[in-house]
Design a protein around this ligand. Structure first.
Ligand SMILES: Cc1cc2nc3c(=O)[nH]c(=O)nc-3n(C[C@H](O)[C@H](O)[C@H](O)COP(=O)(O)OP(=O)(O)OC[C@H]3O[C@@H](n4cnc5c(N)ncnc54)[C@H](O)[C@@H]3O)c2cc1C
Length: 305
């Protein structure tokens, strides 16, 4: 496929988060610091709205400006990891349990256990409880209640990406943005690289689908015409079924009002358990910016004299 090089988007990257927005200062600072290539989200052209079997065209910008990591959000993660001394990061080593004993915590992993003075739970709190990493019985009841009910941001979403030889929708004067209330993919956007290469459309689906790739291409064809029927490749990830992202009892986590809740911005276990995922942030909770804000708060608490 023309122009889709592994150096620009490593395998799997396009289904990860890819946007950041004006005013997200922590992300912008790191982008600068690491010299990461970014480009504007393509918004030029008309948007489409499909409802009741009719596709309407809106010829004005409908999306606020945003930016994309040209090499995927993984480039930000790589930048951060690259600052740590070699050997600090261990992968493929899931934490299975964290327990408190007197003035220590013990962390059990698939490869053994270790003890520490404090632990940072940088995973969604509802995932930590759902997977048994942290026993709700070891928490204050109000904290256990908050941690088990707080949703994972977009944790139930299916993201589909269709890759094309060229961004043909732009030639039709379309931005690639489309909304389809009640359709399998409620939102569609252009996800192309700079200058339209690689050319991609992506969609967010809310409900589980039997064949999401087929449903996505069908929907794109109804919106953008026959050229949409022949993608070079379709990538799909149902994030609700990723065991390291979403709790199994996804439907029971709907308390978005708990984002940034004091139950989770305050450490548990007398300062030995810090909650640090994006859902705990008071700034931009749910976004990458929120994850950075939560990390800053946690570090501040741990380093405080
Ligand atoms: C489809 C989708 C699209 C999104 N798009 C955007 C976007 O465009 N822009 C944006 O700002 N945000 C977006 N988000 C949200 C963004 O992904 C989150 O804000 C961000 O990833 C949160 O970072 P985090 O460090 O808090 O948690 P995570 O990124 O979830 O990191 C937690 C890490 O812990 C690991 N982990 C889980 N369990 C264990 C275990 N037992 N042991 C060891 N490790 C474990 C996971 O593998 C993961 O690497 C999107 C989310 C989804 C699902």
């Amino acid at each position: 496929m023309a122009g889709f090089g592994p150096s620009r988007y490593p395998a799997g990257t396009p289904t990860c988060p890819t946007w950041f927005w004006p005013g997200e200062q922590r992300v912008a600072r790191l982008v600068d610091e690491f010299g990461l290539p970014v480009h504007d989200q393509w918004t030029t052209g008309g948007a489409l709205v499909a409802a009741d079997g009719v596709v309407r065209r809106i010829d004005r910008p409908v999306m606020p400006p945003s930016y994309r990591f040209t090499n995927g959000a993984i480039s930000l993660v790589d930048g951060l990891a690259g600052r740590l001394p070699s050997g600090t990061v261990t992968v493929d080593c899931p934490v299975t349990r964290v327990e408190r004993a007197d003035d220590r915590v013990t962390i059990y992993t698939s490869q053994g256990s270790s003890t520490a003075g404090a632990v940072i739970a940088a995973v969604p709190p509802s995932l930590a409880l759902d997977t048994g990493i942290i026993d709700p019985g070891d928490l204050e009841p109000s904290v256990a209640e908050a941690a088990s009910s707080i949703p994972v941001w977009m944790g139930g979403v299916t993201k589909a990406v269709a890759i094309y030889p060229v961004p043909f929708w732009r030639q039709l004067g379309l931005s690639g943005t489309a909304f389809g209330p009640g359709q399998p993919f409620g939102e569609v956007h252009d996800m192309s690289g700079p200058d339209g290469t690689p050319a991609m459309l992506f969609g967010f689906g809310q409900a589980p689908l039997a064949d999401p790739a087929e449903a996505f291409v069908e929907q794109l064809t109804a919106l953008f015409g026959p050229k949409a029927a022949e993608p070079a490749q379709v990538l799909v990830v149902d994030w609700g079924r990723q065991p390291f992202t979403a709790p199994t009892r996804l439907g029971l986590t709907s308390r978005y009002d708990l984002y940034g809740s004091p139950h989770l911005t305050t450490p548990s276990w007398a300062g030995r358990l810090h909650w640090a995922s994006t859902e705990t942030a008071t700034t931009a909770p749910g976004h990458i910016e929120g994850a950075l804000a939560a990390a800053e708060r946690t570090l501040g608490a741990l380093l405080a004299p």
